[in-house]
Design a protein around this ligand. Structure first.
Ligand SMILES: Nc1ncnc2c1ncn2[C@@H]1O[C@H](COP(=O)(O)OP(=O)(O)OP(=O)(O)O)[C@@H](O)[C@H]1O
Ligand SMILES: [Mg+2]
Length: 311
Protein backbone atom coordinates (compact mmCIF):
# COMPACT_ATOMS: atom_id res chain seq x y z
CA UNK A 1 0.00 0.00 0.00
CA UNK A 2 2.96 2.27 0.64
CA UNK A 3 6.29 1.69 -0.99
CA UNK A 4 9.35 3.89 -1.15
CA UNK A 5 12.76 3.35 -2.68
CA UNK A 6 15.78 5.47 -1.96
CA UNK A 7 13.48 8.36 -1.17
CA UNK A 8 15.62 11.40 -0.50
CA UNK A 9 14.96 15.01 0.39
CA UNK A 10 17.73 17.56 0.57
CA UNK A 11 17.56 21.10 1.83
CA UNK A 12 20.80 22.66 0.68
CA UNK A 13 23.47 20.38 2.13
CA UNK A 14 21.13 18.87 4.69
CA UNK A 15 19.64 15.45 4.10
CA UNK A 16 16.21 15.71 5.70
CA UNK A 17 15.61 12.23 4.35
CA UNK A 18 18.27 9.92 2.99
CA UNK A 19 17.49 6.90 0.82
CA UNK A 20 14.41 5.78 2.69
CA UNK A 21 13.26 2.36 1.55
CA UNK A 22 10.04 1.06 3.06
CA UNK A 23 7.18 -1.27 2.32
CA UNK A 24 3.81 -1.32 4.05
CA UNK A 25 1.24 -3.98 3.19
CA UNK A 26 -2.48 -3.57 3.49
CA UNK A 27 -3.54 -3.61 7.14
CA UNK A 28 -0.08 -2.76 8.44
CA UNK A 29 0.20 -0.31 11.28
CA UNK A 30 3.66 1.15 10.96
CA UNK A 31 5.10 3.13 13.84
CA UNK A 32 7.51 5.73 12.54
CA UNK A 33 9.71 6.66 15.45
CA UNK A 34 12.47 9.20 15.69
CA UNK A 35 13.64 12.25 17.60
CA UNK A 36 12.99 15.85 16.55
CA UNK A 37 14.23 16.62 13.08
CA UNK A 38 14.54 12.95 12.09
CA UNK A 39 12.54 13.27 8.89
CA UNK A 40 9.14 11.89 9.90
CA UNK A 41 7.09 14.88 8.79
CA UNK A 42 9.14 15.19 5.62
CA UNK A 43 8.32 11.56 4.74
CA UNK A 44 4.62 11.96 5.41
CA UNK A 45 4.39 15.17 3.43
CA UNK A 46 6.08 13.50 0.48
CA UNK A 47 3.72 10.51 0.68
CA UNK A 48 0.77 12.89 0.91
CA UNK A 49 2.09 14.54 -2.30
CA UNK A 50 2.43 17.90 -0.57
CA UNK A 51 6.21 17.98 -0.92
CA UNK A 52 8.46 16.84 -3.74
CA UNK A 53 11.42 14.63 -2.91
CA UNK A 54 14.84 15.46 -4.32
CA UNK A 55 14.97 11.97 -5.79
CA UNK A 56 13.81 8.44 -5.18
CA UNK A 57 10.57 6.58 -5.70
CA UNK A 58 7.39 6.42 -3.69
CA UNK A 59 3.96 5.02 -4.36
CA UNK A 60 0.77 4.90 -2.34
CA UNK A 61 -2.03 2.46 -3.22
CA UNK A 62 -0.12 1.66 -6.38
CA UNK A 63 0.02 5.29 -7.58
CA UNK A 64 3.30 7.08 -8.02
CA UNK A 65 3.71 10.33 -6.14
CA UNK A 66 4.99 11.86 -9.38
CA UNK A 67 2.09 10.97 -11.63
CA UNK A 68 -0.77 9.95 -9.38
CA UNK A 69 -1.11 12.72 -6.83
CA UNK A 70 -4.82 13.14 -7.52
CA UNK A 71 -5.53 9.45 -6.93
CA UNK A 72 -3.27 9.37 -3.89
CA UNK A 73 -5.00 12.32 -2.26
CA UNK A 74 -8.33 10.58 -2.74
CA UNK A 75 -7.14 7.38 -1.06
CA UNK A 76 -5.28 8.79 1.93
CA UNK A 77 -6.14 10.64 5.08
CA UNK A 78 -3.23 12.83 6.14
CA UNK A 79 -3.35 14.33 9.59
CA UNK A 80 -0.55 16.88 9.92
CA UNK A 81 1.25 17.53 13.18
CA UNK A 82 -0.25 21.00 13.38
CA UNK A 83 -3.45 22.10 11.80
CA UNK A 84 -5.51 25.21 12.21
CA UNK A 85 -9.20 25.22 12.85
CA UNK A 86 -11.42 28.06 11.80
CA UNK A 87 -13.05 30.52 14.14
CA UNK A 88 -16.77 30.71 14.56
CA UNK A 89 -17.45 27.28 13.19
CA UNK A 90 -19.28 24.57 14.98
CA UNK A 91 -17.84 21.04 14.99
CA UNK A 92 -20.48 19.80 12.54
CA UNK A 93 -20.03 22.81 10.26
CA UNK A 94 -16.30 22.24 10.23
CA UNK A 95 -16.69 18.61 9.21
CA UNK A 96 -19.41 19.40 6.67
CA UNK A 97 -17.12 21.96 5.11
CA UNK A 98 -14.45 19.29 4.56
CA UNK A 99 -17.01 16.71 3.49
CA UNK A 100 -18.12 19.17 0.83
CA UNK A 101 -14.51 19.57 -0.25
CA UNK A 102 -14.40 15.79 -0.72
CA UNK A 103 -17.60 16.17 -2.79
CA UNK A 104 -19.72 14.21 -0.37
CA UNK A 105 -23.22 15.52 -0.99
CA UNK A 106 -26.64 15.99 0.62
CA UNK A 107 -27.95 13.49 3.16
CA UNK A 108 -24.84 11.36 2.67
CA UNK A 109 -22.78 14.26 4.00
CA UNK A 110 -24.80 14.50 7.22
CA UNK A 111 -24.55 10.75 7.67
CA UNK A 112 -20.78 10.72 7.15
CA UNK A 113 -20.26 13.55 9.60
CA UNK A 114 -22.33 11.73 12.23
CA UNK A 115 -20.41 8.53 11.56
CA UNK A 116 -16.95 10.01 12.03
CA UNK A 117 -18.06 11.99 15.09
CA UNK A 118 -19.26 8.75 16.60
CA UNK A 119 -16.02 7.00 15.72
CA UNK A 120 -13.83 9.61 17.41
CA UNK A 121 -16.26 9.93 20.29
CA UNK A 122 -17.01 13.58 19.77
CA UNK A 123 -20.75 13.40 19.18
CA UNK A 124 -21.45 15.26 22.41
CA UNK A 125 -19.49 18.24 21.10
CA UNK A 126 -21.22 18.45 17.74
CA UNK A 127 -22.64 21.93 18.41
CA UNK A 128 -19.57 23.32 20.18
CA UNK A 129 -17.37 25.90 18.49
CA UNK A 130 -14.18 24.29 17.21
CA UNK A 131 -12.11 26.95 18.96
CA UNK A 132 -13.63 25.91 22.28
CA UNK A 133 -12.32 22.34 22.06
CA UNK A 134 -9.45 21.11 24.19
CA UNK A 135 -6.21 19.96 22.57
CA UNK A 136 -7.21 16.30 22.78
CA UNK A 137 -10.63 16.99 21.28
CA UNK A 138 -9.06 19.08 18.52
CA UNK A 139 -6.75 16.15 17.67
CA UNK A 140 -9.74 13.83 17.50
CA UNK A 141 -11.58 16.33 15.33
CA UNK A 142 -8.54 16.41 13.05
CA UNK A 143 -8.69 12.65 12.80
CA UNK A 144 -12.44 12.75 12.13
CA UNK A 145 -11.77 15.17 9.31
CA UNK A 146 -9.38 12.84 7.49
CA UNK A 147 -11.75 9.89 7.88
CA UNK A 148 -14.68 11.54 6.08
CA UNK A 149 -13.87 10.09 2.67
CA UNK A 150 -13.14 6.67 4.15
CA UNK A 151 -9.50 6.51 3.05
CA UNK A 152 -7.62 3.20 2.76
CA UNK A 153 -4.38 4.69 4.02
CA UNK A 154 -3.86 6.97 6.99
CA UNK A 155 -0.80 9.12 7.59
CA UNK A 156 -0.97 10.37 11.15
CA UNK A 157 1.80 12.75 12.16
CA UNK A 158 2.24 12.64 15.94
CA UNK A 159 -1.47 12.35 16.70
CA UNK A 160 -0.76 12.01 20.42
CA UNK A 161 1.59 14.93 20.85
CA UNK A 162 0.57 17.42 23.48
CA UNK A 163 -2.10 15.16 24.89
CA UNK A 164 -2.47 14.22 28.53
CA UNK A 165 -2.06 10.55 29.52
CA UNK A 166 -5.79 9.87 29.39
CA UNK A 167 -6.14 11.45 25.93
CA UNK A 168 -3.08 9.54 24.69
CA UNK A 169 -4.72 6.28 25.69
CA UNK A 170 -7.89 7.31 23.89
CA UNK A 171 -5.90 8.16 20.77
CA UNK A 172 -4.25 4.74 20.90
CA UNK A 173 -7.63 3.06 21.26
CA UNK A 174 -8.82 5.00 18.28
CA UNK A 175 -5.88 3.84 16.19
CA UNK A 176 -6.57 0.26 17.26
CA UNK A 177 -10.14 0.70 16.09
CA UNK A 178 -8.93 1.98 12.72
CA UNK A 179 -6.57 -0.97 12.55
CA UNK A 180 -9.49 -3.32 13.06
CA UNK A 181 -11.14 -1.63 10.07
CA UNK A 182 -8.16 -2.93 8.08
CA UNK A 183 -6.76 0.47 7.23
CA UNK A 184 -3.09 0.83 6.45
CA UNK A 185 -1.65 3.28 8.93
CA UNK A 186 1.61 5.13 9.24
CA UNK A 187 1.78 6.85 12.61
CA UNK A 188 4.70 8.85 13.93
CA UNK A 189 5.93 9.55 17.41
CA UNK A 190 9.21 10.24 19.11
CA UNK A 191 8.39 7.72 21.82
CA UNK A 192 8.81 4.03 21.07
CA UNK A 193 6.79 2.60 24.00
CA UNK A 194 3.84 4.71 22.97
CA UNK A 195 3.53 2.94 19.64
CA UNK A 196 5.11 -0.46 20.22
CA UNK A 197 1.97 -2.37 21.12
CA UNK A 198 -0.40 -0.82 18.59
CA UNK A 199 1.92 -1.35 15.62
CA UNK A 200 2.87 -4.57 13.87
CA UNK A 201 5.92 -2.91 12.33
CA UNK A 202 8.15 -0.12 13.44
CA UNK A 203 10.79 2.00 11.79
CA UNK A 204 13.32 3.99 13.72
CA UNK A 205 14.69 7.02 11.95
CA UNK A 206 17.30 9.55 12.91
CA UNK A 207 18.77 12.42 10.91
CA UNK A 208 17.03 11.24 7.78
CA UNK A 209 18.32 7.68 8.00
CA UNK A 210 16.23 4.64 8.72
CA UNK A 211 18.22 2.83 11.39
CA UNK A 212 15.80 0.02 11.99
CA UNK A 213 12.88 -1.53 10.15
CA UNK A 214 11.07 -4.56 11.55
CA UNK A 215 8.91 -5.70 14.45
CA UNK A 216 9.23 -4.56 18.05
CA UNK A 217 10.57 -7.98 19.00
CA UNK A 218 13.25 -7.71 16.36
CA UNK A 219 14.17 -4.26 17.65
CA UNK A 220 14.58 -5.67 21.14
CA UNK A 221 16.66 -8.53 19.81
CA UNK A 222 18.90 -6.17 17.87
CA UNK A 223 19.75 -4.23 20.99
CA UNK A 224 19.95 -7.12 23.38
CA UNK A 225 21.13 -10.26 21.73
CA UNK A 226 21.48 -12.13 24.97
CA UNK A 227 18.49 -13.34 26.91
CA UNK A 228 18.19 -12.68 30.60
CA UNK A 229 16.01 -14.58 33.08
CA UNK A 230 14.96 -13.79 36.62
CA UNK A 231 14.51 -16.84 38.79
CA UNK A 232 13.59 -17.57 42.37
CA UNK A 233 13.55 -20.90 44.17
CA UNK A 234 12.89 -19.38 47.58
CA UNK A 235 15.09 -16.84 49.36
CA UNK A 236 17.11 -19.36 51.35
CA UNK A 237 17.86 -21.52 48.32
CA UNK A 238 18.66 -18.85 45.73
CA UNK A 239 22.35 -18.73 46.45
CA UNK A 240 22.69 -22.48 46.03
CA UNK A 241 20.63 -22.32 42.81
CA UNK A 242 22.85 -19.53 41.50
CA UNK A 243 25.92 -21.75 41.98
CA UNK A 244 24.21 -24.61 40.19
CA UNK A 245 23.09 -22.37 37.31
CA UNK A 246 26.59 -21.04 36.78
CA UNK A 247 27.72 -24.59 36.08
CA UNK A 248 25.35 -24.91 33.10
CA UNK A 249 27.19 -24.50 29.83
CA UNK A 250 24.33 -22.51 28.22
CA UNK A 251 24.57 -19.84 30.86
CA UNK A 252 27.15 -17.11 30.60
CA UNK A 253 26.77 -15.35 33.93
CA UNK A 254 24.73 -15.56 37.08
CA UNK A 255 24.14 -13.05 39.83
CA UNK A 256 22.04 -12.60 42.94
CA UNK A 257 19.72 -9.61 42.94
CA UNK A 258 17.27 -7.76 45.14
CA UNK A 259 18.94 -8.87 48.38
CA UNK A 260 19.13 -12.43 47.31
CA UNK A 261 15.43 -12.74 46.54
CA UNK A 262 16.11 -13.60 42.93
CA UNK A 263 18.77 -14.92 40.59
CA UNK A 264 19.59 -13.20 37.35
CA UNK A 265 20.91 -15.54 34.68
CA UNK A 266 22.25 -14.37 31.32
CA UNK A 267 22.35 -16.91 28.51
CA UNK A 268 25.29 -17.28 26.21
CA UNK A 269 25.18 -15.78 22.71
CA UNK A 270 23.18 -17.91 20.38
CA UNK A 271 21.20 -19.69 23.11
CA UNK A 272 17.78 -18.21 22.66
CA UNK A 273 15.50 -20.20 24.87
CA UNK A 274 15.87 -20.47 28.61
CA UNK A 275 13.12 -23.08 28.87
CA UNK A 276 15.68 -25.64 30.04
CA UNK A 277 16.30 -23.69 33.25
CA UNK A 278 13.15 -24.61 35.24
CA UNK A 279 13.40 -28.20 34.09
CA UNK A 280 16.98 -28.62 35.27
CA UNK A 281 16.43 -26.81 38.53
CA UNK A 282 13.55 -29.16 39.27
CA UNK A 283 15.75 -32.12 38.43
CA UNK A 284 18.28 -30.78 40.92
CA UNK A 285 15.58 -30.81 43.59
CA UNK A 286 14.81 -27.07 43.70
CA UNK A 287 11.26 -25.82 44.04
CA UNK A 288 10.64 -23.12 41.49
CA UNK A 289 8.89 -20.02 42.85
CA UNK A 290 9.17 -17.75 39.86
CA UNK A 291 10.74 -17.75 36.44
CA UNK A 292 10.51 -14.83 34.01
CA UNK A 293 12.39 -13.43 31.11
CA UNK A 294 13.62 -9.97 32.01
CA UNK A 295 11.64 -7.31 30.21
CA UNK A 296 13.63 -4.74 28.40
CA UNK A 297 12.71 -1.11 28.69
CA UNK A 298 11.61 -0.01 25.22
CA UNK A 299 13.05 3.41 25.81
CA UNK A 300 16.43 1.70 26.20
CA UNK A 301 15.87 -0.14 22.93
CA UNK A 302 15.18 3.15 21.21
CA UNK A 303 18.27 4.77 22.70
CA UNK A 304 20.32 1.71 21.86
CA UNK A 305 19.31 1.82 18.21
CA UNK A 306 19.61 5.56 17.74
CA UNK A 307 23.02 5.54 19.39
CA UNK A 308 24.04 2.48 17.45
CA UNK A 309 24.68 0.50 20.60
CA UNK A 310 24.25 -3.19 20.04
CA UNK A 311 25.84 -5.46 22.58
N1 LIG B 1 11.49 23.83 4.59
C1 LIG B 1 12.63 23.42 5.13
N2 LIG B 1 13.78 24.03 4.89
C2 LIG B 1 14.95 23.60 5.40
N3 LIG B 1 15.06 22.53 6.23
C3 LIG B 1 13.94 21.87 6.51
C4 LIG B 1 12.66 22.25 6.00
N4 LIG B 1 11.72 21.39 6.47
C5 LIG B 1 12.38 20.52 7.24
N5 LIG B 1 13.70 20.79 7.28
C6 LIG B 1 14.72 20.02 8.02
O1 LIG B 1 14.58 18.66 7.69
C7 LIG B 1 14.86 17.83 8.82
C8 LIG B 1 13.71 16.87 9.05
O2 LIG B 1 12.58 17.59 9.50
P1 LIG B 1 11.19 16.88 9.81
O3 LIG B 1 10.20 17.96 10.07
O4 LIG B 1 10.87 15.92 8.75
O5 LIG B 1 11.51 16.10 11.17
P2 LIG B 1 10.54 15.33 12.15
O6 LIG B 1 11.07 13.95 12.28
O7 LIG B 1 9.13 15.48 11.72
O8 LIG B 1 10.79 16.09 13.53
P3 LIG B 1 9.78 16.47 14.73
O9 LIG B 1 9.78 15.30 15.66
O10 LIG B 1 10.44 17.67 15.34
O11 LIG B 1 8.45 16.77 14.13
C9 LIG B 1 15.13 18.79 9.97
O12 LIG B 1 16.51 18.91 10.12
C10 LIG B 1 14.52 20.09 9.50
O13 LIG B 1 15.19 21.18 10.07
MG1 LIG C 1 7.48 16.30 12.58
Amino acid sequence: MIETRDLTKKYGDLYALERLTLKLEKGDVFGFIGPNGAGKTTTMRILATLLNPSWGEASVCGYSIYTGSKEIRRSIGYMPDFFGVYDDMKVTEYLEFFAAAYRIKGPERRKKVDQVLELVDLGYKRDALVTSLSRGMTQRLGLARVLLHDPQVLLLDEPASGLDPRARIEMRELIKELRSMNKTIMVSSHILPELADICNKIGIIERGKLLFNGTTDEAIRQVRQKRVYLISVGADQNERAAKKLSSFSEIESVGLEAEGTRVRATLRDGVDDGGFIPERLLQEGFRLRSFNEEEIDLEDVFLGITKGITN
